[in-house]
Design a protein around this ligand. Structure first.
Ligand SMILES: [Zn+2]
Length: 531
């Protein structure tokens, strides 16, 4: 049986750019567009040409993309002709493969927000679609507030959609702009629309305000829609848009969708999904959601000992799909609850073949338990666990010694009479016979220490140039009778790998120092630096 084509439309660079705290540069936009194209989405909606300099510059660049680069903008303004609307002119002038217009489809909004007549709004849709078609562009119409509009006045909401379709728009996209519509409502309404407009011309644009944007997208597909709009990692204002990172693997791996539909994402590209998702977080300089479906670090993590031994025997027992299909990996957590089976599985994953009766295994397990009792949490710090295991089971080269370090925080008044803090660190490192002294200033004591530590490692310096700290988390714990500080540091390198290290101490600088050291040593081990 032949499968139907389902199209993916990404709006990370347009609707996703509305996210609080997200501000894409031109370079960010170009990078993300390339990532999306390589992933295999069909449309990359990149912004509003003419509305701001970055978007205008984006469309001025050449885009050797397979995906259709799409420009977004409004239909012509009420009361103006299509040829006499500067906003529309800028949109039509942009070097885009497709143009996505947004128009009102709720009669209430037409009256109150647009302050025009229902008929003039329909004429604006028709004129704008016609003008873009005349320019040779593929045309989409986003029907804003479609579901709320349909509930209030189904005939008018449908008339807006029909006006675009009849004028030759390739897609009419039904938007749940406020994000409050539920899956059963989406399914019913999209089903009604598909009686008037063929489903292979109907798209869904869902927002996540009831945490059902993904479910709403699938409900629309079940009812006949053949285009899904969404964003990477569900970026978007308020609670976000439908998350393509969850939608793509579901379409590819769940039989009910996979046997009926083809999408532009290849199996190979699916295997890069976790990397793409993390690359976006990196670009936004924020920590990845550990619990994100499919791609989160914990998406295939298991803690309890009995589950772990079952997973080792037969992964399907506790996994809904195989993690490697989406570029993720199985993770068996090493924690104080875990037994030998977890430990063995984790060692196996990092490449240690250890017999289950090996006495060193008991020593490692005891060590992990002792350390966890004083505040270490190895399940959150994979790289520190690996170093601990390597030290106990084999060896880790003594690449360098930190003979001493000195961290200084000074608070004083500056020349303008403002109170400022200055942090400095001096580190004395011995690499072989070489003694190296480095100093650095930072925006805080840990930052200064990190900079000084990584400034000059002599012959090892070239191995750590791509090392970058991506997250730093601190918790104060009560371990036994004393309060201690637990520091978790997340690092990344030029290959896109991520790892987490840990330090625990009564002193936050000491705890940070341990975690920083583990991160550097881990990077040296992983890069195969010679002893
Ligand atoms: Zn939206």
């Amino acid at each position: 049986m032949s499968r139907e084509r389902l199209y993916l439309f990404d709006t990370t660079l347009r609707d996703g750019a509305q996210t609080n705290g997200v501000d894409f540069t031109l370079a960010d936009k170009l990078t993300i567009a390339r990532m999306l194209d390589e992933l295999g989405v069909d449309y990359v909606e990149a912004g509003y040409p003419g509305a701001n300099p970055i978007d205008t510059a984006f469309f001025a660049e050449k885009h050797p993309a397979r995906a259709k680069i799409t420009a977004f903008g409004m239909t012509r303004r009420p009361g103006r002709s299509a040829s006499n609307d500067p906003g529309l002119a800028a949109l039509l002038a942009a070097e885009a493969d497709a143009i996505c217009f947004v128009a009102k489809s709720w009669d209430y909004h037409v009256r109150v927000a647009l302050e025009t007549t229902e008929e003039e709004n329909l004429a604006s849709i028709r004129d704008s679609v016609r003008a873009a078609k005349a320019k040779g562009r593929e045309v989409l119409l986003d029907c804003e507030h479609f579901f709320d509009g349909y509930k209030a006045n189904p005939a008018y909401a449908l008339a807006c959609a029909k006006a675009a379709y009849d004028e030759g728009a390739r897609w009419v996209v039904l938007c749940d702009t406020n994000g409050g519509t539920l899956p059963h409502e989406v399914e019913k309404i999209v089903g009604e629309v598909c009686k008037q407009i063929p489903g292979d011309h109907v798209g869904i644009h869902a927002h996540n305000d009831t945490e059902q944007a993904v479910a709403n997208s699938f409900a629309a597909v079940r009812a006949g829609a053949r285009q899904i709009q969404g964003t990477l990692n569900g970026l978007g204002e308020r609670c976000g848009n439908a998350n393509l990172v969850s939608i793509i693997p579901t379409l590819k791996l769940k039989p009910d969708f996979a046997k009926n539909f083809d999408i532009g994402v290849s199996d190979e590209a699916l295997g890069t999904l976790a990397r793409v998702s993390h690359a976006l977080d990196d670009l936004l300089n924020r920590a990845a959601d550990r619990h994100a479906p499919y791609v989160g670090e914990s998406a295939f993590a298991t803690k309890a000992g009995i589950h772990a031994s079952a997973i080792m025997k037969e992964p399907k027992t506790y996994e809904h799909v195989a993690p490697e299909l989406v570029g993720n990996r199985r993770k068996l957590l090493v924690s104080d609850q875990s037994g030998r089976s977890n430990l063995l599985a984790e060692l196996d994953r990092i490449g240690f073949a250890v017999d289950k009766d090996d006495p060193r295994l008991s020593r490692l397990l005891d060590e992990v338990k002792e350390r966890e009792a004083i505040g270490y949490a190895y399940e959150a710090a994979d790289a520190s666990f690996e170093l601990l295991a390597r030290r106990l089971l084999g060896k880790v080269p003594r690449y360098f010694d930190v003979e001493k370090f000195d961290v200084n925080v000074e608070q004083r008044l500056n020349a303008k009479g403002e109170r400022v803090s200055v942090s400095q660190a001096v580190v004395k490192v011995k690499v072989g016979d070489e003694l190296l002294i480095s100093a650095a200033e930072g925006n805080g004591p840990v930052n200064a220490l990190d900079l000084a530590l990584r400034k000059d490692l002599g012959k090892y310096q070239s191995y750590i140039t791509g090392l970058e700290l991506t997250d730093y988390r601190v918790r104060i714990l009560n371990a036994g009778t004393e309060a201690v500080t637990r520091v978790l540091i997340e690092s990344a390198d030029e290959t896109g790998d991520h790892w987490t290290t840990i330090g625990v101490s009564a002193n936050i600088i000491d705890a940070s120092f341990q975690a920083l050291m583990d991160s550097i040593v881990y990077k040296l081990v992983k890069s195969g630096a010679p002893a």
